[in-house]
Design a protein around this ligand. Structure first.
Ligand SMILES: C[S@@+](CC[C@H](N)C(=O)[O-])C[C@H]1O[C@@H](n2cnc3c(N)ncnc32)[C@H](O)[C@@H]1O
Length: 274
């Protein structure tokens, strides 16, 4: 497989493998996201780019039996994870949806939620416009994206270490569709206001990703992002070892007493009214 052909479906099993650790690190983000979408009881909610389904399960609990959740993702592999995780929840339906072209009528939902998906869409304006279209007037959007790379060393360091050893995969992380492409709060605000949302709020949420050591950091960080995962898989073993050594140096300030790593993270959680 060429690096550019590596897709989210190709890393779905790794998202499954790391789902508990992802939720651990993202717990503050998830809480802020659910608050931003509140009140959820009895609501019709669409989750975009839903990945493993852990957030959808939380939303399903919050909307209760009188509400409903459409848990969606564009990648078939992620849709399979959603189907497995959410099976048996009567108020949840799983669908394959591209956030740029949401196959739902106008005014279909009371809330749209998206954790770490909007910035990965090459043209997020299309996704924001579609989210507003499918929300009823007064409905709520809650979306989380990564803040600046300088305050997200857990993620930036892995890409940087790989790049320093020639494993450049995909475009720059701050470019369109990159993980840091919506890292500027004013860019997020403008995106949502241009799509017609009002009452736009963008709040920073801090957290920590814990790793048992640099090996786990490289394993997790290097397996969850499609192009980087393929680049590392195709690299010579000595190159992967060198990437690990560079990663160790880049993250040495975050070593814990027991040899683990506590790496800071910061998200921007945006909320807005349709
Ligand atoms: C970083 S993962 C986040 C997954 C999950 N929301 C979470 O926070 O654990 C990004 C997700 O966005 C999905 N995705 C990427 N482009 C998309 C698009 N155009 N429409 C819908 N989902 C998309 C991927 O398949 C992947 O599941």
């Amino acid at each position: 497989m060429s690096l550019s052909q590596c897709t989210w479906s190709d890393v779905a099993q790794d998202w499954d493998r790391w789902r508990d650790r992802i939720e651990e690190g993202d717990s503050g983000i998830t809480a802020a996201l659910l608050d931003a979408a509140a009140p959820l009881a009895g609501s019709r909610v669409l989750e975009l780019a839903a990945g493993t389904g852990e957030v959808a399960a939380r939303i399903a609990d919050a909307v209760g039996p009188d509400g409903s959740v459409v848990a969606s993702d564009e990648a078939e592999g992620m849709v399979a994870l959603l189907t497995g995780r959410l099976a048996g929840l009567d108020n949840v339906e799983v669908r394959r949806i591209d956030a740029r072209r949401i196959a739902s009528p106008d005014d279909a939902y009371d809330a749209v939620v998206c954790r770490m998906g909007l910035m990965l869409v090459a043209d997020p304006a299309d996704a924001a416009t579609e989210a507003r279209r499918v929300l009823r007037p007064g409905g709520r959007l809650a979306a989380a994206v990564w803040a600046d790379p300088s305050v997200n060393p857990w993620l930036a360091s892995v890409g940087m270490a790989a790049m320093m050893h020639g494993l450049v995969a995909g475009g720059p992380p701050t470019g369109p569709g990159g993980p840091f492409s919506l890292a500027d709060p004013e860019a997020v605000r403008a995106l949502l206001e241009d799509a017609g949302f009002t009452d736009v709020r963008v709040d920073a949420v801090d957290g920590v990703r814990h790793y048992d050591g640099v090996e786990e950091h490289l394993d997790m960080g290097g397996s969850l992002a499609p192009p980087l995962s393929a680049a590392l898989a195709a690299a010579a073993p000595e190159t992967v070892t060198a990437v690990g050594e560079t990663l160790r140096q880049l993250t040495s300030a975050y070593l814990t007493d027991d040899g683990g790593l506590d790496l800071p993270l910061r998200a921007l959680v945006a909320s807005a009214t349709a």
